[in-house]
Write a new protein. Structure first.
Length: 224
């Protein structure tokens, strides 16, 4: 199998999953793990299908060809492991950046972007890490920046793991529950778009609540 074929399979696994199940059999679980791990572990592979892969897996699980519980555990572990790898890469790059070598991260990421993300982590640390998985681009850049800026790995994992569980269960569960509805099968793109928008509601509400608390606290301090 050529490298081009491997890339094609990985990049289209969400849209052609039934065909790949026929082709690879039970080995499809390994392939699904690799896709999600690669997407979360390396910023340069952020274009790989994530949400849609989990949703497609849930859809197939509803038909009995794949097992829901295996998919959930598999995607959860792949996400946590991938984010940990991404964090460690960011930490290594951060150490190189601070050393007296000629390497500079500023060639790839602007100081403003780094400082802005660092401030975002400081202000919304727990919520940012837990729900970043639902936000495009932020899901893969935040673990890297967390490691780069020296954010505590223990705290990162403790917040990241619940987020990975919520993300995995949400998408696999959505696919399992509504994936076999005829309208959904005929309008898969629209269905994925709607579910993506709905998935942004919980983190949006959480951030609004947290922001309101901070504003209220700041106002009380000022008045006192």
């Amino acid at each position: 199998m050529l490298l081009h074929d491997v890339f094609h399979i990985i990049n289209t696994i969400n849209t052609e999953l039934p065909q790949y199940i026929t082709l690879f059999g039970k080995k499809i679980y390994i392939l699904l793990f690799i896709v999600i791990f690669a997407k979360t572990a390396y910023v340069v592979l952020t274009f790989l299908p994530g949400d849609a892969t989990l949703f497609a897996g849930g859809t197939i699980a509803a038909s009995g060809e794949l097992h829901f519980h295996i998919l959930f555990v598999l995607f959860f572990l792949a996400t946590v492991a991938g984010d940990a790898q991404n964090y460690l890469i960011g930490k290594l790059v951060g150490q190189l950046h601070k050393s007296k070598t000629s390497f500079s991260i500023n060639k790839f990421i602007s100081p403003h972007a780094i400082n802005k993300t660092d401030a975002f982590l400081t202000q919304y640390g727990k919520l940012a890490i837990m729900f970043s998985r639902f936000v495009p681009l932020l899901s893969t850049t935040l673990p890297f920046i967390s490691g780069f800026t020296g954010y505590s790995f223990k705290r990162f994992i403790s917040y990241n793991a619940p987020g990975a569980a919520i993300w995995s269960f949400t998408w696999v569960g959505a696919g399992y529950l509504i994936g076999n509805i005829a309208w959904v099968q005929r309008h898969m793109f629209i269905s994925l778009l709607c579910i993506t928008l709905l998935s942004l509601v919980p983190p949006a509400i959480a951030f609004i609540i947290e922001y309101t608390k901070k504003v209220t606290t700041a106002t009380e301090v000022t008045e006192s």
